[in-house]
Design a protein around this ligand. Structure first.
Ligand code: DP6
Length: 341
């Protein structure tokens, strides 16, 4: 039976995807820009099963053991396998195992890296060759827009790919990730302060859905074109002083929209506020550090390498922080990795 293993990285967005014109296909209203991470990765091994056999969805454990995946995770994987079958004209089932390099339940979103790895492993196991852009579109079809960005290394932009107002024309084939700069271009670090574990109470999907009810949604959209331009330019020029304030402002705006959605979505907890205040203190002391948060309470602090150890030390001392994960900008997906079975 044909088998393949792929590894794909997580990413942290500097300009967030928040709100979709098509949630099922994760077609965003606004472009997003992220940094691909080096250490937080997912690995996926896929075996093509004979026609008529049902999909098997497994999780890889720390000592190499495989266990059945929980139903909610298995359902999302099967749904994506259905999409990939439809897109590739395949009928058979798949045996799939997935493993994250970061502890499950540590609060790092694994859908981006997980769906990117799964997409690449399935297409490779089927012996199909797709371009990076096509793989990015296929990964986005999982419903996780950030998975499209995990197909590419370094600094990455996911455009809306919108083409006019005709929904028939808007098939999403133009919303694929583009590399703005490779990982070697600029060594930035992400110090992640974990303050919650387990799945978030309100999914990103529900957050995207509610976002349009916020009175501030439109205001953020109006600010975005300038914000995107500053982020693109500061990456090109490796200007941390230009990048940092925009990254933090953007994350606050995402949560402002979440909190003012109807019904409201609160992702923060008291430790999130304490961390944001510590990051401001660090800046007052002359350490360039800027915070960003995804749809959760954990705080990612973006910094340059020389400040990373001190920033990690200071974040660890904040009440409510359970652990610190230190990561950096990294490459895109890889195929030459050890299989899970
Ligand atoms: C706040 O729909 O990609 O992280 O599937 O849960 O990863 P997941 O979410 P997705 O939305 C991402 C929302 C975000 C911002 C971002 O990464 O752009």
């Amino acid at each position: 039976m044909s088998r393949a293993t792929a590894q794909a990285p997580a990413n942290i967005a500097f300009v967030k995807y928040w709100g979709a014109r098509d949630l099922e296909r994760a077609l965003p209203f606004n472009p997003s820009i992220s940094m691909t991470l080096a250490n937080c990765v997912s690995r996926s091994t896929v075996e093509v099963l004979p026609e008529g056999e049902a999909d098997q969805v497994l999780l890889g454990g720390d000592s190499g053991e495989l266990s059945l995946a929980p139903a909610s995770f298995a359902d999302r994987v099967r749904h994506h396998l259905d999409t990939l079958r439809a897109e590739t004209g395949t009928k058979g089932g798949f045996r799939v195992a997935t493993k994250n390099s970061f502890p499950t339940g540590a609060g790092i979103a694994s859908s981006a890296s997980g769906f990117a790895a799964l997409t690449l492993a399935v297409t490779t196991a089927l012996g199909l060759e797709f371009s990076e852009a096509e793989l990015s579109v296929l990964a986005r079809r999982s419903g996780s827009g950030s998975a499209a960005r995990s197909m590419v290394g370094g600094y990455v932009e996911l455009p809306t790919g919108s083409c006019g107002s005709d929904p028939e024309q808007d098939d999403g084939s133009l919303s694929f990730s583009i590399q703005l700069a490779g990982a070697d271009h600029w060594d930035l670090r992400d110090v992640v302060a974990i303050v919650e574990s387990g799945p978030k109470k309100i999914s990103s999907l529900e957050g995207h859905r509610r976002s349009l009810t916020s009175p501030y949604y439109k205001t953020r959209q109006e600010l975005l074109s300038q914000r995107l331009q500053i982020v693109r330019q500061s990456i090109a020029e490796r200007s941390f002083s230009a990048l940092g304030p925009v990254v933090e402002e953007e994350a606050i705006d995402l949560h402002l929209i979440a909190m003012s959605s109807r019904p409201p979505v609160f992702y923060w907890n008291p430790a999130t506020i304490a961390l944001l205040s510590t990051v401001r203190d660090l800046r007052d002391e002359g350490l360039p550090a800027y915070a960003t948060m995804d749809a959760g309470a954990n705080v990612h602090v973006i910094c340059e390498p020389e400040y990373e150890p001190e920033i990690a030390r200071r974040l660890m001392a904040v009440r409510g922080v359970r652990r610190i994960i230190r990561d950096r900008v990294g490459p895109g997906p890889q195929l030459a990795v050890e299989p899970l079975f």
